[in-house]
Design a protein around this ligand. Structure first.
Ligand SMILES: C[S@@+](CC[C@H](N)C(=O)[O-])C[C@H]1O[C@@H](n2cnc3c(N)ncnc32)[C@H](O)[C@@H]1O
Length: 236
């Protein structure tokens, strides 16, 4: 059962679902495509087997599609609690004839999968939206097999000054304005800027993952730390 916060997040993504892909690529100058590719570099599954991979907060399925492209034999569960986002993604699956991705409407805090189902899990630009994050970590840990990796792609903390403050100006002023003009949604891109500003920095997020039970936690900063990939392992 989604919390009040969850319901308002799901409804916000529902309102912008039709614009989501365009705005992602436009506002990041296309860099988001490279960031998702880099995330998938980290999942550590074998291309020769038929690994089960969970893409949580899958949205319009861009990470799931990248996993399917790189690992054609993988079976991918794409979980998100916002049906309009999954519907946009499902249209891409139909257009491209991809059958290895199963969209599943589910809350990351209560995943409808048995224990130890997945060899790897990804979450791109999703963990920032889940409250409390500890409940998502607990579920991810439960559904991962021992040795499986959790790979998180997320914005770095917006508290950090990047590129002499130019990025911060973009994030706090220009991005909410551009998002509003295109998506006609007053709050969605202000919410994006606010949650990035409040998000923990890379060492703190790593510490949070360790405290939740993940081992061998590491991170990689991309684009001067505008985004960060964290990887943690479920111990055997
Ligand atoms: C910024 S989008 C990211 C989508 C996709 N991963 C990508 O890379 O573009 C965040 C997604 O997280 C989903 N989300 C937020 N909280 C969630 C939760 N508790 N359970 C499942 N999905 C959630 C939203 O519905 C939205 O589709």
């Amino acid at each position: 059962m989604a919390s009040d916060h969850g319901r308002s997040v799901a409804s916000m993504f529902g309102r912008i679902a039709g614009w989501y892909d365009f705005l992602n690529h436009f506002l990041s100058l296309g860099l988001d495509i490279l960031w998702r590719r880099r995330l998938v570099d980290h999942i550590g599954v074998s291309a020769s087997g038929s690994p089960r991979v969970l893409d949580l907060a899958a949205g319009t399925l861009d990470v799931s599609l990248e996993i399917a492209r790189r690992f054609p034999r993988a079976r991918i569960a794409a979980a998100d609690f916002c049906l309009p986002m999954l519907t946009q993604g499902a249209q891409k699956l139909a257009r491209r004839g991809v059958a290895s991705i199963a969209p599943v409407q589910a809350d990351g805090r209560a995943l409808p999968f048995p224990d130890e189902t997945f060899e790897a899990a990804t979450i791109a630009f999703g963990i920032r939206n889940i409250r409390p994050r500890s409940e998502a970590y607990a579920e991810l840990l439960r559904v991962l097999r021992p040795g499986g990796r959790l790979c998180i792609l997320e914005f770095g903390s917006g508290k950090q000054r990047i590129l002499g403050g130019v990025y911060n100006l973009y994030l706090n002023r220009l991005l909410p304005l551009l998002g509003k003009v295109f998506s006609k949604d007053d709050g969605a891109y202000q919410y994006l800027a606010d949650t990035i500003r409040e998000f923990p920095d890379a060492p703190s997020l790593a510490q949070e993952m360790r405290a939740s039970g993940f081992a061998s936690v590491n991170w990689e900063r991309l684009a001067f730390g505008i985004v960060v990939i964290h990887v943690g392992v479920k111990q055997g």
